[in-house]
Design a binder for this molecule. Structure first.
Ligand SMILES: Cc1ncc(COP(=O)(O)O)c(C=O)c1O
Length: 204
């Protein structure tokens, strides 16, 4: 069902690319646990989802906040922050961002994927709010912007159903990672080509 939903939304997905978690927060915590080391920086929107800041703090990492430019994401400032702070991960919510409700344009999504491809920075996309679209279907998953050849490192987490989470990795999700003892059952790994794993996961 989850794979079919991703496929329906524009990102062809198979069952074996999905790993079910105990909610999006669980998926997020496992991804940070696998990828972020103490002292690493994680770029976040300002304002952002407060529990994401807690999950970053739990890894003894530092959040690097970037504000919005009016109704849009400020991609120039994000690019400058990537250059200056070298964040390990960009944690962003392009669909109905929590708490602002903003939705990222397709042009900015493409620009973001290109920025991460160029800088080898991992994108952690939180699509938990994507299904709250009221005026039409939700936007296509941001991972559908990733072409196989571009290999932008991208992991998507979401909430395909109540009390159910998902995480998925796309090509080359960084230096590789594995869930630690805090999540012993999941066997989450990223290598090249990457494999999804967490509670619920898929690869693009
Ligand atoms: C952006 C965002 N990410 C993650 C979560 C956590 O979701 P869950 O309740 O499935 O753990 C929420 C919950 O509201 C959220 O708004």
């Amino acid at each position: 069902m989850v794979a079919a939903r991703y496929t329906q939304r524009g990102l062809p997905t198979t069952r074996d690319q999905i790993l079910i978690t105990c909610g999006a927060q669980h998926a997020m915590a496992m991804v940070f646990d696998a990828l972020v080391m103490p002292g690493d920086r994680v770029l976040v929107e300002h304002p952002t989802y407060p529990n994401a800041l807690d999950a970053i703090a739990r890894e003894h990492a530092r959040a690097v906040p970037v504000g919005f430019a009016g109704a849009d994401w400020d991609l120039d400032t994000i690019a400058a922050a990537v250059r200056d702070a070298c964040p390990r991960v960009l944690y962003l919510m392009p669909d109905f961002q929590n708490p602002t409700g903003r939705c990222m344009s397709q042009e900015q999504r493409a620009e973001l994927v290109e920025l991460c491809r160029r800088t080898h920075t991992t994108l952690l996309i939180d699509e938990t709010m994507s299904e709250v679209a009221l005026d039409g279907p939700p936007p296509p998953p941001l991972a559908s912007q990733v072409r196989e050849s571009s290999s932008a490192p991208l992991i998507t987490i979401g909430r395909p159903a109540r009390r159910c989470g998902a995480a998925c990795g796309s090509a080359g999700s960084g230096r590789g990672g594995r869930c630690s003892s805090r999540s012993p059952a999941c066997g989450l790994r990223w290598t090249s080509p990457p494999r999804c794993s967490t509670s619920s996961s898929r690869s693009t």
